[in-house]
Ligand binder design. Structure first.
Ligand SMILES: [Zn+2]
Length: 159
């Protein structure tokens, strides 16, 4: 019998130590999720140099290196700029569980913002979703919110 015909021995690697960890989402990351929890609204931050508005808020403007401090309210609507319908199994790093397939991941330019925000779109039928469509954020009920990205359930198409 050649080595090619042998059933390979099944090897296992056991990891016995849980890797529970947490990290700070920072001052502006905290404000971003607090605004969602308290008002079901997005906030961005405006650059005093170039005027760009970023969402989520960040500390520094990449193109002009100005420190950012001016938080501004943003709409819960935007335009879908790109999307992908995902049909392969995927372990969601936020939950550690397999995300049900298919699902659609989209790039959204929120009204009033200059950069792109990405999240789940609740449409997987390619005949019903197109780049350029208007979308609106759908938030969890306040009691279910935990101050993370999953407080936004998904974006729905506005027809
Ligand atoms: Zn700038």
């Amino acid at each position: 019998m050649s080595a090619d015909n042998q059933k390979p021995e099944r090897l296992e690697a056991t990891f016995a130590f849980p890797m529970l960890y947490e990290w700070s989402i920072g001052l502006y990351g905290s404000r971003f999720f607090q605004e969602i929890m308290n008002n079901k609204r997005f906030i961005g931050i405006k650059c005093p140099g170039c005027g760009k508005i970023y969402v989520p808020p960040r500390r520094v403007c990449g193109p002009c290196f100005k420190e950012l401090t001016e938080l501004v309210p943003l709409s819960d609507t935007g335009v879908l700029t790109a999307f992908s319908v995902v049909n392969y199994p995927f372990i969601d790093p936020n939950t550690g569980s397999r995300r049900p397939i298919p699902y659609t991941y989209g790039y959204i330019q929120l009204d009033g913002a200059d950069n792109i925000f990405s999240h789940i779109i609740n449409e997987t039928d390619l005949s019903r979703i197109k780049v350029g469509m208007k979308v609106r954020a759908v938030f969890k009920d306040r009691a279910e919110m935990k101050g993370n990205i999953e407080d936004i359930k998904y974006f729905e198409l506005i027809r």
